[in-house]
Design a protein around this ligand. Structure first.
Ligand code: AMP
Length: 350
Protein backbone atom coordinates (compact mmCIF):
# COMPACT_ATOMS: atom_id res chain seq x y z
CA UNK A 1 0.00 0.00 0.00
CA UNK A 2 2.90 2.33 0.63
CA UNK A 3 4.28 1.76 -2.86
CA UNK A 4 4.99 5.14 -4.45
CA UNK A 5 4.58 6.96 -1.13
CA UNK A 6 6.97 9.63 0.05
CA UNK A 7 6.96 8.73 3.74
CA UNK A 8 8.74 11.97 4.61
CA UNK A 9 5.63 13.85 3.48
CA UNK A 10 2.75 11.87 4.95
CA UNK A 11 -0.72 13.37 5.22
CA UNK A 12 -3.20 12.33 7.89
CA UNK A 13 -6.64 12.01 6.34
CA UNK A 14 -10.16 11.16 7.44
CA UNK A 15 -13.83 11.82 6.72
CA UNK A 16 -15.17 15.18 7.94
CA UNK A 17 -17.36 13.84 10.74
CA UNK A 18 -17.33 12.24 14.23
CA UNK A 19 -13.86 13.07 15.63
CA UNK A 20 -12.20 14.47 12.52
CA UNK A 21 -11.44 17.90 14.02
CA UNK A 22 -9.64 16.26 16.91
CA UNK A 23 -7.72 14.02 14.47
CA UNK A 24 -6.50 16.90 12.27
CA UNK A 25 -5.77 19.07 15.32
CA UNK A 26 -3.56 16.30 16.72
CA UNK A 27 -1.91 15.67 13.36
CA UNK A 28 -0.95 19.34 13.06
CA UNK A 29 0.56 19.30 16.55
CA UNK A 30 2.80 16.44 15.44
CA UNK A 31 3.81 18.24 12.25
CA UNK A 32 1.79 16.34 9.63
CA UNK A 33 -0.18 17.68 6.68
CA UNK A 34 -3.91 17.06 6.97
CA UNK A 35 -6.72 16.24 4.57
CA UNK A 36 -10.47 15.89 5.10
CA UNK A 37 -12.87 14.30 2.66
CA UNK A 38 -16.11 16.24 3.01
CA UNK A 39 -19.59 16.16 1.48
CA UNK A 40 -20.63 19.39 -0.27
CA UNK A 41 -23.35 20.16 2.27
CA UNK A 42 -20.92 20.37 5.20
CA UNK A 43 -17.91 21.87 3.42
CA UNK A 44 -18.85 25.43 4.57
CA UNK A 45 -18.54 24.35 8.18
CA UNK A 46 -15.14 22.68 7.84
CA UNK A 47 -13.80 25.60 5.77
CA UNK A 48 -13.76 27.59 9.02
CA UNK A 49 -10.95 25.34 10.26
CA UNK A 50 -8.56 25.98 7.39
CA UNK A 51 -5.75 26.50 9.92
CA UNK A 52 -6.11 22.79 10.77
CA UNK A 53 -7.02 21.40 7.36
CA UNK A 54 -4.51 21.66 4.52
CA UNK A 55 -6.68 19.94 1.91
CA UNK A 56 -10.46 19.61 1.69
CA UNK A 57 -11.55 17.02 -0.87
CA UNK A 58 -15.21 17.53 -1.77
CA UNK A 59 -17.54 14.71 -2.68
CA UNK A 60 -21.26 14.40 -3.39
CA UNK A 61 -21.93 11.23 -1.42
CA UNK A 62 -19.82 9.53 1.26
CA UNK A 63 -19.40 6.39 -0.83
CA UNK A 64 -17.30 8.41 -3.29
CA UNK A 65 -14.44 8.01 -0.82
CA UNK A 66 -13.67 4.83 -2.74
CA UNK A 67 -13.97 6.38 -6.19
CA UNK A 68 -10.90 6.36 -8.40
CA UNK A 69 -10.61 10.16 -8.22
CA UNK A 70 -10.59 10.34 -4.42
CA UNK A 71 -8.30 7.34 -3.96
CA UNK A 72 -5.85 8.87 -6.47
CA UNK A 73 -5.96 12.21 -4.63
CA UNK A 74 -5.34 10.49 -1.30
CA UNK A 75 -2.39 8.55 -2.68
CA UNK A 76 -0.97 11.67 -4.35
CA UNK A 77 -0.91 13.26 -0.89
CA UNK A 78 0.76 10.18 0.70
CA UNK A 79 -2.34 9.89 2.87
CA UNK A 80 -2.91 7.60 5.83
CA UNK A 81 -6.61 7.17 6.56
CA UNK A 82 -7.79 7.25 10.16
CA UNK A 83 -11.11 5.41 10.58
CA UNK A 84 -13.67 6.67 13.09
CA UNK A 85 -17.26 5.91 14.06
CA UNK A 86 -18.83 7.30 10.91
CA UNK A 87 -16.55 5.38 8.58
CA UNK A 88 -18.20 2.01 8.08
CA UNK A 89 -21.64 3.52 8.59
CA UNK A 90 -21.20 6.19 5.90
CA UNK A 91 -19.08 4.53 3.24
CA UNK A 92 -19.94 0.86 3.71
CA UNK A 93 -17.90 -2.14 4.73
CA UNK A 94 -16.73 -3.13 1.23
CA UNK A 95 -15.24 0.32 0.67
CA UNK A 96 -13.44 0.40 4.04
CA UNK A 97 -12.01 -3.09 3.66
CA UNK A 98 -11.05 -2.72 0.01
CA UNK A 99 -9.77 0.85 -0.27
CA UNK A 100 -6.19 0.99 -1.56
CA UNK A 101 -5.03 3.58 0.94
CA UNK A 102 -3.13 2.62 4.11
CA UNK A 103 -5.30 2.68 7.23
CA UNK A 104 -4.04 3.49 10.71
CA UNK A 105 -5.69 0.66 12.65
CA UNK A 106 -6.84 -2.89 12.17
CA UNK A 107 -9.06 -3.21 9.08
CA UNK A 108 -10.29 -6.72 9.91
CA UNK A 109 -11.60 -5.49 13.26
CA UNK A 110 -13.88 -3.01 11.48
CA UNK A 111 -15.54 -6.01 9.83
CA UNK A 112 -16.12 -7.67 13.20
CA UNK A 113 -17.41 -4.38 14.57
CA UNK A 114 -20.11 -4.24 11.92
CA UNK A 115 -21.60 -7.55 13.13
CA UNK A 116 -23.16 -7.51 16.61
CA UNK A 117 -22.94 -11.29 17.01
CA UNK A 118 -19.29 -11.49 15.95
CA UNK A 119 -18.54 -8.62 18.26
CA UNK A 120 -19.94 -10.17 21.41
CA UNK A 121 -18.28 -13.47 20.45
CA UNK A 122 -14.87 -11.79 20.24
CA UNK A 123 -15.42 -10.26 23.69
CA UNK A 124 -16.46 -13.62 25.08
CA UNK A 125 -13.35 -15.30 23.67
CA UNK A 126 -11.16 -12.64 25.22
CA UNK A 127 -12.37 -13.63 28.68
CA UNK A 128 -13.86 -10.20 29.39
CA UNK A 129 -17.13 -10.64 31.35
CA UNK A 130 -20.13 -9.99 29.09
CA UNK A 131 -23.91 -9.92 29.78
CA UNK A 132 -25.80 -13.19 29.34
CA UNK A 133 -27.42 -13.78 25.96
CA UNK A 134 -30.74 -15.59 25.74
CA UNK A 135 -31.40 -18.01 22.89
CA UNK A 136 -35.08 -18.11 21.78
CA UNK A 137 -37.36 -19.76 24.32
CA UNK A 138 -34.77 -19.90 27.12
CA UNK A 139 -35.71 -18.79 30.59
CA UNK A 140 -35.55 -15.03 31.13
CA UNK A 141 -35.01 -14.25 34.80
CA UNK A 142 -35.04 -10.43 34.71
CA UNK A 143 -35.19 -7.53 32.28
CA UNK A 144 -33.59 -8.03 28.86
CA UNK A 145 -32.50 -5.50 26.26
CA UNK A 146 -33.45 -6.45 22.71
CA UNK A 147 -31.08 -5.23 20.02
CA UNK A 148 -32.37 -5.14 16.47
CA UNK A 149 -29.80 -5.55 13.71
CA UNK A 150 -28.98 -2.27 12.02
CA UNK A 151 -30.37 -0.22 14.94
CA UNK A 152 -28.07 2.76 14.92
CA UNK A 153 -26.73 4.23 18.15
CA UNK A 154 -29.27 2.45 20.31
CA UNK A 155 -32.33 3.69 18.39
CA UNK A 156 -34.80 0.84 18.07
CA UNK A 157 -33.62 -1.10 21.14
CA UNK A 158 -36.24 -2.05 23.66
CA UNK A 159 -36.39 -3.51 27.14
CA UNK A 160 -38.69 -6.44 28.00
CA UNK A 161 -39.27 -8.93 30.81
CA UNK A 162 -40.75 -11.97 29.04
CA UNK A 163 -40.46 -13.91 25.79
CA UNK A 164 -44.09 -13.18 25.03
CA UNK A 165 -43.35 -9.47 25.11
CA UNK A 166 -40.17 -9.90 23.05
CA UNK A 167 -41.97 -11.90 20.35
CA UNK A 168 -44.93 -9.48 20.21
CA UNK A 169 -42.70 -6.47 19.82
CA UNK A 170 -40.53 -8.16 17.19
CA UNK A 171 -43.63 -9.12 15.19
CA UNK A 172 -44.69 -5.47 15.28
CA UNK A 173 -41.23 -4.44 14.05
CA UNK A 174 -41.49 -6.95 11.16
CA UNK A 175 -44.93 -5.54 10.24
CA UNK A 176 -43.57 -2.01 10.23
CA UNK A 177 -40.80 -3.19 7.90
CA UNK A 178 -38.08 -2.40 10.45
CA UNK A 179 -36.88 -5.98 10.77
CA UNK A 180 -36.45 -8.69 8.15
CA UNK A 181 -34.16 -11.19 9.88
CA UNK A 182 -35.40 -12.10 13.36
CA UNK A 183 -32.45 -14.50 13.67
CA UNK A 184 -30.04 -11.55 13.88
CA UNK A 185 -31.77 -10.04 16.92
CA UNK A 186 -29.81 -10.07 20.18
CA UNK A 187 -31.68 -10.67 23.42
CA UNK A 188 -29.31 -9.76 26.20
CA UNK A 189 -29.43 -9.41 29.97
CA UNK A 190 -30.19 -5.78 30.84
CA UNK A 191 -27.34 -4.73 33.11
CA UNK A 192 -28.24 -2.58 36.09
CA UNK A 193 -25.57 -0.11 37.16
CA UNK A 194 -23.79 2.85 35.63
CA UNK A 195 -22.61 2.81 32.07
CA UNK A 196 -18.90 3.46 31.45
CA UNK A 197 -17.05 3.77 28.16
CA UNK A 198 -13.35 3.29 28.66
CA UNK A 199 -10.94 4.57 26.01
CA UNK A 200 -7.67 2.75 25.32
CA UNK A 201 -4.72 3.07 22.99
CA UNK A 202 -2.52 0.13 22.12
CA UNK A 203 0.87 1.12 20.78
CA UNK A 204 2.50 -1.54 18.60
CA UNK A 205 5.62 0.65 18.49
CA UNK A 206 6.06 0.84 22.27
CA UNK A 207 4.24 -2.47 22.88
CA UNK A 208 2.23 -0.66 25.52
CA UNK A 209 -1.43 -0.31 26.39
CA UNK A 210 -2.55 3.11 27.62
CA UNK A 211 -5.88 4.03 29.19
CA UNK A 212 -6.60 7.38 27.56
CA UNK A 213 -9.91 8.37 29.15
CA UNK A 214 -13.47 7.43 29.96
CA UNK A 215 -16.90 8.87 29.31
CA UNK A 216 -20.59 8.27 29.73
CA UNK A 217 -22.86 8.60 26.75
CA UNK A 218 -25.78 10.88 27.27
CA UNK A 219 -28.69 9.15 25.66
CA UNK A 220 -32.11 10.37 24.72
CA UNK A 221 -34.35 9.71 26.24
CA UNK A 222 -33.26 7.01 28.67
CA UNK A 223 -31.19 9.69 30.47
CA UNK A 224 -33.85 12.38 30.15
CA UNK A 225 -36.70 10.31 31.51
CA UNK A 226 -35.40 10.46 35.06
CA UNK A 227 -36.58 14.08 35.08
CA UNK A 228 -40.14 12.84 34.74
CA UNK A 229 -42.00 11.60 37.84
CA UNK A 230 -42.28 7.78 37.76
CA UNK A 231 -46.09 7.98 38.14
CA UNK A 232 -46.40 9.89 34.85
CA UNK A 233 -44.01 7.57 33.06
CA UNK A 234 -46.20 4.62 33.97
CA UNK A 235 -49.35 6.51 32.96
CA UNK A 236 -47.93 7.38 29.55
CA UNK A 237 -46.29 3.98 29.05
CA UNK A 238 -43.25 5.79 27.64
CA UNK A 239 -40.58 3.57 26.08
CA UNK A 240 -37.02 4.85 26.47
CA UNK A 241 -34.70 4.98 23.48
CA UNK A 242 -30.91 4.98 23.61
CA UNK A 243 -30.01 7.56 20.97
CA UNK A 244 -26.63 9.11 21.75
CA UNK A 245 -26.80 12.90 22.05
CA UNK A 246 -23.45 13.69 23.59
CA UNK A 247 -20.75 12.56 25.99
CA UNK A 248 -20.08 13.39 29.61
CA UNK A 249 -16.58 12.99 31.12
CA UNK A 250 -15.95 10.23 33.63
CA UNK A 251 -13.05 9.64 35.97
CA UNK A 252 -13.08 6.15 37.41
CA UNK A 253 -12.38 5.22 41.00
CA UNK A 254 -8.70 4.38 41.07
CA UNK A 255 -9.46 0.96 42.54
CA UNK A 256 -11.33 0.11 39.33
CA UNK A 257 -8.35 0.89 37.13
CA UNK A 258 -6.50 -2.45 37.48
CA UNK A 259 -9.65 -4.33 36.38
CA UNK A 260 -10.27 -1.96 33.51
CA UNK A 261 -6.63 -2.25 32.46
CA UNK A 262 -6.78 -6.04 32.63
CA UNK A 263 -9.85 -6.03 30.33
CA UNK A 264 -7.93 -3.85 27.88
CA UNK A 265 -5.01 -6.31 27.94
CA UNK A 266 -7.38 -9.19 27.26
CA UNK A 267 -8.77 -7.34 24.28
CA UNK A 268 -5.28 -6.69 22.90
CA UNK A 269 -4.40 -10.36 23.38
CA UNK A 270 -7.51 -11.76 21.68
CA UNK A 271 -7.11 -9.50 18.64
CA UNK A 272 -3.44 -10.50 18.30
CA UNK A 273 -4.45 -14.14 18.46
CA UNK A 274 -7.54 -14.12 16.22
CA UNK A 275 -7.00 -11.07 14.01
CA UNK A 276 -3.25 -10.70 13.54
CA UNK A 277 -1.39 -8.39 13.78
CA UNK A 278 -3.92 -7.32 16.44
CA UNK A 279 -5.40 -4.01 17.50
CA UNK A 280 -3.49 -0.89 16.46
CA UNK A 281 -4.19 2.39 18.25
CA UNK A 282 -7.47 3.45 19.84
CA UNK A 283 -10.36 1.26 20.95
CA UNK A 284 -13.11 1.43 23.55
CA UNK A 285 -14.76 -1.07 25.89
CA UNK A 286 -18.33 -0.19 26.70
CA UNK A 287 -20.05 -1.62 29.73
CA UNK A 288 -21.90 -1.30 32.98
CA UNK A 289 -20.37 -1.20 36.46
CA UNK A 290 -22.68 -2.62 39.11
CA UNK A 291 -23.06 -2.04 42.85
CA UNK A 292 -20.32 -4.59 43.59
CA UNK A 293 -17.92 -2.66 41.33
CA UNK A 294 -18.04 -5.47 38.76
CA UNK A 295 -17.80 -4.37 35.16
CA UNK A 296 -19.40 -6.24 32.32
CA UNK A 297 -18.82 -5.21 28.74
CA UNK A 298 -21.68 -5.25 26.22
CA UNK A 299 -19.92 -3.62 23.28
CA UNK A 300 -16.58 -2.48 21.88
CA UNK A 301 -15.39 -0.02 19.26
CA UNK A 302 -12.23 -0.96 17.39
CA UNK A 303 -11.25 2.63 16.53
CA UNK A 304 -11.42 6.13 17.99
CA UNK A 305 -14.73 6.89 19.76
CA UNK A 306 -16.50 10.26 19.89
CA UNK A 307 -16.17 10.36 23.68
CA UNK A 308 -12.48 11.20 23.18
CA UNK A 309 -13.59 14.61 21.83
CA UNK A 310 -13.93 15.59 25.49
CA UNK A 311 -10.19 15.48 25.97
CA UNK A 312 -8.67 17.64 23.25
CA UNK A 313 -6.25 18.96 25.82
CA UNK A 314 -5.49 15.55 27.29
CA UNK A 315 -7.33 13.53 29.92
CA UNK A 316 -6.44 12.84 33.57
CA UNK A 317 -5.01 9.53 32.32
CA UNK A 318 -3.09 10.71 29.26
CA UNK A 319 -1.08 13.06 31.50
CA UNK A 320 0.16 10.05 33.45
CA UNK A 321 1.81 8.70 30.33
CA UNK A 322 2.82 11.83 28.46
CA UNK A 323 2.83 14.79 30.87
CA UNK A 324 1.76 17.04 28.02
CA UNK A 325 -1.59 17.71 26.31
CA UNK A 326 -2.28 14.50 24.40
CA UNK A 327 -5.66 13.96 22.77
CA UNK A 328 -6.28 10.61 21.12
CA UNK A 329 -6.09 12.43 17.77
CA UNK A 330 -2.63 13.61 18.68
CA UNK A 331 -1.73 10.19 20.11
CA UNK A 332 -2.48 8.64 16.71
CA UNK A 333 -0.19 11.14 14.98
CA UNK A 334 2.48 10.60 17.66
CA UNK A 335 2.35 6.84 17.04
CA UNK A 336 2.84 7.38 13.31
CA UNK A 337 5.73 9.71 14.04
CA UNK A 338 7.34 7.21 16.46
CA UNK A 339 6.90 4.45 13.89
CA UNK A 340 8.53 6.62 11.22
CA UNK A 341 11.48 7.50 13.46
CA UNK A 342 12.07 3.83 14.24
CA UNK A 343 11.57 2.66 10.65
CA UNK A 344 8.55 0.48 11.53
CA UNK A 345 5.71 2.35 9.82
CA UNK A 346 4.17 -0.90 8.53
CA UNK A 347 3.51 -1.96 12.13
CA UNK A 348 0.77 0.66 12.55
CA UNK A 349 -0.89 0.30 9.14
CA UNK A 350 -3.13 -2.30 7.54
P1 AMP B 1 -24.92 -0.13 22.01
O1 AMP B 1 -25.55 0.14 20.67
O2 AMP B 1 -24.66 -1.58 22.27
O3 AMP B 1 -23.75 0.77 22.28
O4 AMP B 1 -26.01 0.26 23.11
C1 AMP B 1 -26.62 1.53 23.18
C2 AMP B 1 -27.01 1.80 24.59
O5 AMP B 1 -27.91 0.79 25.07
C3 AMP B 1 -25.85 1.76 25.57
O6 AMP B 1 -25.10 2.95 25.59
C4 AMP B 1 -26.55 1.48 26.87
O7 AMP B 1 -27.17 2.63 27.45
C5 AMP B 1 -27.66 0.54 26.45
N1 AMP B 1 -27.27 -0.88 26.61
C6 AMP B 1 -26.75 -1.69 25.65
N2 AMP B 1 -26.57 -2.95 26.12
C7 AMP B 1 -26.99 -2.94 27.41
C8 AMP B 1 -27.09 -3.93 28.43
N3 AMP B 1 -26.73 -5.20 28.22
N4 AMP B 1 -27.58 -3.55 29.63
C9 AMP B 1 -28.00 -2.26 29.86
N5 AMP B 1 -27.94 -1.30 28.94
C10 AMP B 1 -27.45 -1.60 27.71
Amino acid sequence: MLEGYNVDRLTIATLASHSSLQIVHGAKKEGFETLLVVTEDRAWFYEQFDHLIDHLVRIGKWRELCSERVVRTLRDHNAILVPHGSFVEYVGLDCVTGIRVPIFGLRSLLVVEADQHAKIELLRRSGIPVPRSFPPGSEIGGPVIVKLPGAKGGRGYFVATSWREVVERLEEAVKRGELDDVGRVIVQEYLVGVTAYVHYFYSPVLDRLEVTGADIRYESDVDGLRRMPARILVELGLEPTFTVVGNVPLVLRESLLPTVYEYGMRFVRVTKELLPPGIIGPFCLEGVIDRDARMRVFEFSGRIVAGTNLYLDGSPYSYLYWDEPMSVGRRIAREIRLALERGVLERVLT
